[in-house]
Design a protein around this ligand. Structure first.
Ligand SMILES: NC(=O)CC[C@H](N)C(=O)O
Length: 331
């Protein structure tokens, strides 16, 4: 298959998933803070970036929204890069858990959060970064996520402020973590880093590029920037695969078969290892806080293109090989 035929096939698959789901209106926009509830519910955008740099998009793929929990894997990768696996593992585990994203719970055996994809684990990561970088923690996060997106990500002040005003559960988690010895700096500073991280504005296109950067083992396929180290990407994709959808993670792994992460702002990032990043945006969420149409779109793309990690037909690899020539360095 030529690369042009591959790009057309990928665009058709995106268009098809978008059209199939255009009329679906189940679910509800996150309303725990007013700034999120104001998002028009019917927006729907999809984007994908191959490792070779082919970008396809459809619908509201350039409409901004807040990244929320989709930031968690990228913050984890940054912490792994800066602090190393040993230090990060002391603060947060890599164990899947069947609890909701905001549960106030530590692993009773280790007194650490189960994994970095739930709030407790992400706040532990924010704590490690705040302890290591002080007031620069948020700017470092913003700079690294911007490099991964190939765009300067801006803070949504309104969402940040409402989150800070109402985020008592997350504050409680931060106090619990300090008591458990995960970090020693003030819990308010830690949640401030976390709230700002969650309030960064992105688009589905940005998420596709960020996912593409993980797919390309840390190198942004559009800009060539080297964003994350190989070891950080490996651990990050592994926890995205096993823990990315909270209490729905096992079902996701079977149905879609891709490392992915959702957020209550309506975004999802999904990664086809060494091949493709996918970004979706649809604000209506299911009862677990996962964007419904985005999840379904990932499932359709996975089926259509054979992207499931354990797909038997290998069609996805053939398509994506055409679009993502593997370099001489074997990456
Ligand atoms: N699942 C999410 O996207 C949650 C993010 C949100 N900022 C929170 O911490 O509650």
């Amino acid at each position: 298959m030529t690369s042009r035929a591959g790009a057309a096939l990928l665009q058709r698959a995106l268009d098809h998933a978008h059209a199939q789901l255009a009329d679906q209106t189940s679910g509800a926009v996150a309303n725990y803070i007013p700034a999120l509830a104001a998002m028009p519910p019917d927006l729907f955008g999809l984007a994908a970036l191959t490792r070779g740099g082919t970008l396809v998009e459809v619908g509201d793929s350039r409409h901004p929204f807040t990244i929320q929990s989709v930031s968690k894997p990228f913050a984890y990768a940054l912490a792994l890069d800066l602090l190393g696996r040993r230090v990060v593992r002391q603060g947060v585990g890599v164990q899947p858990v069947g609890d909701p994203f905001n549960s106030i719970e530590l692993n009773p055996q280790t007194r650490r959060p189960f994994n970095p994809m739930i709030n407790a684990g992400a706040i532990a990561v924010a704590g490690l970064l705040t302890e290591a970088l002080g007031d620069q923690a948020f700017e470092s996060l913003r700079a690294r996520l911007s490099l991964a997106a190939g765009a300067t990500l801006m803070l949504d002040e309104e969402v940040y402020r409402s989150e800070a005003e109402t985020g008592d559960r997350n504050r409680a988690i931060a106090y619990l973590l300090r008591a458990a010895g995960t970090f020693h700096c003030h819990p308010d500073r830690v949640v401030d880093t976390y709230f700002r991280q969650c309030a960064l504005r992105v688009t589905a296109r940005d998420l596709a590029v960020m996912g593409g950067t993980l797919a390309a083992i840390g190198t942004n396929p559009l800009t060539g920037a080297e964003v994350f180290g190989v070891d950080a990407v490996r651990d990050t994709l592994a926890v995205m695969f096993t823990c990315g959808f909270y209490d729905g993670a096992g079902d996701w792994a079977c149905r879609v078969g891709l490392p992915a992460k959702s957020g209550v702002g309506g975004g999802i990032v999904a990664v086809v290892n060494r091949q493709l990043g996918i970004g979706t945006f649809s604000p209506r969420l299911d009862a677990h806080g996962n964007p419904l149409r985005g999840m379904r779109a990932c499932e359709l793309l996975s089926e259509d293109l054979g992207l499931h990690a354990f797909d038997a037909t290998n069609t996805g690899s053939r398509l994506l090989d055409a679009l993502s020539p593997v370099g001489a360095d074997g990456r």
